[in-house]
Write a protein that binds this ligand. Structure first.
Ligand SMILES: Nc1nc2c(ncn2[C@@H]2O[C@H](COP(=O)(O)OP(=O)(O)OP(=O)(O)O)[C@@H](O)[C@H]2O)c(=O)[nH]1
Ligand SMILES: [Mg+2]
Length: 290
């Protein structure tokens, strides 16, 4: 069986684990382009995250004390354009976002993760709408009093909140990918799917413009980098794992009365599709063509 590793990258609270849980449900129930061919080992962690969704709660942030900061699973998948006899083994390590945040701050990546990036065929890069850990760029006119306040707040709060803007953090992660992704695989132009998660939290007008426009408005540096990075093939997807927010009681009731596969979607360009496997399938297709 061909083994292709895809790596999930993104700061803390960016939606990696919830996406992985929803992706797993889609391939297991056969409601997407990709399907699972055999029960993977180490899937308990993903099943536990999925159980949260099924009971009307988002899966909590990953345990920072996980072994090496990661929970990994290998899932054998096949799709319509593939021979079902030769599935692809997709290795998906779900690394706690603290690791990526630390790497951005120190410009250093632990050796094991450098190896993982080099042997991955593609990557999913996550950023979440409405995360309290998103950092807006500094406005230098008003920055001084705010910086004083933030120093006091940070002293009182041990949550990892960096001062580097999310836009710059994402550019740094893209730079890691540009330098390292797939260099040990023979894939000449690895694909990177940028997933804008919690897309359901956007107002209708912003959402209607599509994920690329959202990125250009909210994270202009990253949007600019996408066109400059020639070694990677990059596309942007909006993702909502259940199509709404469980904080909204009316939505939650509707969700609990329905079936999970009727909730959640992926937006590419301006089109919305129910199939939550689309970003992974797009990344895999890129690797198979080369
Ligand atoms: N409304 C909405 N919220 C979401 C969605 N996906 C994730 N969230 C929220 O984002 C939070 C963080 O998601 P996680 O999947 O735990 O993020 P993570 O990247 O795995 O975080 P770390 O484990 O800290 O690295 C969740 O607890 C939800 O509150 C979504 O599709 N819609
Ligand atoms: Mg997580």
């Amino acid at each position: 069986m061909a083994t292709q590793s895809i790596i999930l990258i993104g700061g803390p609270d960016s939606g990696k684990t919830n996406y992985l849980a929803r992706f797993w449900e889609t391939i297991r129930s056969g409601h997407g382009r990709l399907r699972v061919t055999q029960l993977p080992e180490n899937i308990d962690y993903v099943e536990a995250a999925l159980n949260h969704l099924l009971t009307g709660k988002f899966a909590p942030r990953s345990d920072k004390n996980l072994d090496g900061g990661t929970a990994s699973c290998s899932i054998a998948v096949t799709g319509p354009c593939k021979d079902p006899e030769t599935p692809t083994e997709v290795y998906v390590p779900d690394v706690t976002g603290e690791l990526w945040a630390g790497a951005v701050e120190t410009c250093e990546l632990p050796a094991a993760w450098l190896d993982s990036l080099q042997s991955s065929f593609g990557a999913l890069l996550f950023v979440r709408v409405g995360s309290e850990l998103n950092v807006a760029p500094l406005d230098w006119v008003t920055a001084r009093p705010l910086m004083k306040r933030d120093v006091a707040l940070n002293e009182a709060n041990d949550e990892h909140k960096t001062e580097i803007s999310t836009d710059v953090q994402l550019c740094e992660l893209l730079r890691f990918l540009e330098l390292t992704l797939g260099t040990n695989t023979g894939v000449k132009r690895p694909r990177v799917a940028i997933l804008v998660t919690a897309w359901d939290r956007l107002d209708r007008e912003t959402a209607s413009k599509g994920p690329r426009q959202f990125l250009a408005g909210e994270y202009p540096l990253v949007a600019g980098r996408i066109d400059d990075v020639s070694r990677l093939d990059i596309d942007v997807f909006g993702v909502s794992v259940v199509g709404g927010d469980f904080d909204d009681e009316i939505f939650k009731r509707r969700f609990l009365e329905g079936k999970l596969q009727e909730f959640g979607y992926v937006v590419r360009q301006q089109a919305e599709e129910r199939d939550l496997t689309i970003p992974v399938s797009w990344v895999l297709q890129g690797a198979e063509r080369q």
